[in-house]
Design a protein around this ligand. Structure first.
Ligand SMILES: [Zn+2]
Length: 108
């Protein structure tokens, strides 16, 4: 209940009783692993085809990382529309960034 990452408090009981799998019931701030993996695969495929980095921020740069393909564990999920602006933690609103870029964007 005290978890600030949970927006929908009314969904908590249903979530817990349901075995804590339906994260959409509580509208969590963090992306689940399945969503991250799906976003990662989508971005990486596209990036490899284009010959650019799978971190969109690196890809738009001009240094050595502009063509770097990061591994999943080297990336973090970011909200395209910020969580604080009502952005959901779903695949549509998920963008994978390399860890340094995700950190530099801060906790939006
Ligand atoms: Zn990057």
């Amino acid at each position: 209940m005290g978890d600030v990452d949970i927006k929908n408090k009314r969904g908590i009981y249903e979530y817990v009783l349901g075995g804590e799998v339906e994260t959409k019931l509580i509208e969590v701030r963090v992306f689940d692993e399945r969503t991250k993996l799906a976003a990662y695969e989508k971005q990486t495929k596209k990036a490899e085809a284009a010959g650019v980095s799978n971190c969109p921020m690196c890809a738009s740069g001009t240094n050595n990382n502009a063509e770097r393909i990061y591994r999943l564990e080297e990336m973090d999920a970011d909200h395209v529309t910020a969580w604080s602006n009502g952005g959901a933690s779903n695949l549509k609103n998920c963008e994978m960034l390399c860890v340094p870029h995700n950190r530099s964007k801060g906790n939006r």
